[in-house]
Every structure is written in C-alpha cells, then in structure tokens.
Design a protein around this ligand. Structure first.
Ligand SMILES: [Zn+2]
Length: 229
C-alpha cells in the first residue's frame, strides 16, 4: 500500500512537470509570431493557435525562414524533373520550386491555402516567409511577397474595398459578402530578414505570367510601373 502511495505521488509530480513544460511550449508559440512581420496580430495569433497541434507531443520549435522561387502544381514540378506520377493522387498539391530546384510542399492552412485556390499566385517569382520544422518537408506560409514584371517586391493578400479589411484566401468578404480582390503593395522584407534574402532578383527571371492575368484581375501592372523599392 505504501508503495502504491509513493507511486501515486511520483506520478502526480510527473504530471505537474509535464504540465509546466507544455505551458512553456504554448507560451513560446504565442510569443513567436509577434516579432514576425507586418501582418495583423490577429492573423498571427490565429496561426499560433493552429500551430499548436498535439499538446502531448514535444513538437519542434518552428524556425522562421525566407524562401524564394516559384509555386507550382506538384504534378508539373515532378514532370519537369522527369518523374512520372499518377495525377489523381496528387491533384491540386502545390510546391515551391527554389532556385536550387528543391521542391518544398506548402501546408494548405490559413495562409498557404491561397496558393491552392488562386492560380494567379502560381508560376510567378515569390518570396515566402515560412515556418519550418525539423523533419517536416512542408512549410507553413506566414507572408507572401510577389515580384512584378519590373522586379518590385509586393506584399500580397486579399482586400475588401468596401470594408477595408485584409483577408488571406479567396472568398466573399467576411463582413459585407462582396467579392474581394487580390492586393499587391510594394514592400520590402521585414528588417530581420533583409540580410537573409538570397535572391531578391528572383523577379527578373522573365516576364512570367504577370501580364497574362488580364485587366481587372490583379493590380500588379499598375503598381509595377509606379512602385519603388
Ligand atoms: Zn467587405
């Protein structure tokens, strides 16, 4: 009986220790995105909440990284590398193809989902601020920068002109239910990431598809001619 009590006490202590470490982890995740970039705190808070998936499992700390390249359908990227695949099983999957020809799959979450929904974001020079985790090839997008024809870096999201609120995926406005538009605004990288940019000239790799979007779909043309770095 005494033995059982001792065991119970040890178990209780273990539980307390576990709880403390889990709380510490949660705190870290909450504090992590605050220093990230220019996105509204609410959006980053949502990201943090969604990050925290399995409390019982000691997840690796996400590492913030800046990646450049072009996002394309996985089927297309595999084809370019001479890898044959059956398309139905990977239909709709997107990857970032880096200048080093690394394929980086994108998590379809609150921010990365836009690449799955909106083909205007694909096959264009982009820089992505992402969270990476050790052992996980998929990255979670935090911010999207697209380069226009003149090589100007634009922070990219969606916008409702009626309500003046940003959104991060294609849908009718959360507030007025009106259609929203893709919004590109010339903007430099956050200061803490400016030194890590490997290829700020990513946009110079040919005109790409920016022009083929057609009038009214995106405002990249207008901004491209006026924008300054
Ligand atoms: Zn609205």
């Amino acid at each position: 009986m005494r033995c059982f009590k001792l065991f119970t006490a040890v178990t209780a202590l273990g539980t307390v220790a576990c709880w403390v470490s889990v709380s510490g982890h949660a705190h870290f995740l909450e504090s992590q995105p605050a220093a990230s970039n220019d996105r509204p705190a609410a959006a980053l808070g949502a990201a943090a909440a969604q990050d925290d998936e399995t409390p019982g499992e000691p997840a690796d700390e996400p590492l913030k990284a800046l990646l450049s390249g072009r996002v394309m359908l996985l089927s297309e990227a595999l084809k370019q590398r001479g890898i044959k695949s059956y398309e139905p099983e990977i239909k709709g999957q997107v990857v970032l193809v880096t200048p080093e020809q690394e394929l980086v799959p994108i998590v379809p979450d609150w921010r990365g989902r836009a690449f799955y929904q909106d083909e205007r974001l694909r096959d264009r020079a982009v820089e992505l601020i992402v969270n990476r985790r050790r052992g996980v090839p998929w990255v979670q997008v935090l911010s999207i920068y697209m380069f226009d024809d003149s090589g100007v870096r634009n922070i990219t999201d969606y916008w409702c002109d009626v309500c003046s609120i940003p959104m991060y995926e294609i849908k009718d406005c959360e507030c007025c239910q009106a259609p929203i538009r893709l919004r590109l605004r010339p903007q430099e990288l956050p200061k803490e990431l400016q030194n890590s940019t490997r290829s700020s000239k990513a946009g110079s790799k040919g005109p790409g598809k920016a022009d083929s979007d057609g009038p009214g779909k995106a405002n990249s043309g207008k901004i491209g001619s006026k924008g300054s770095p």
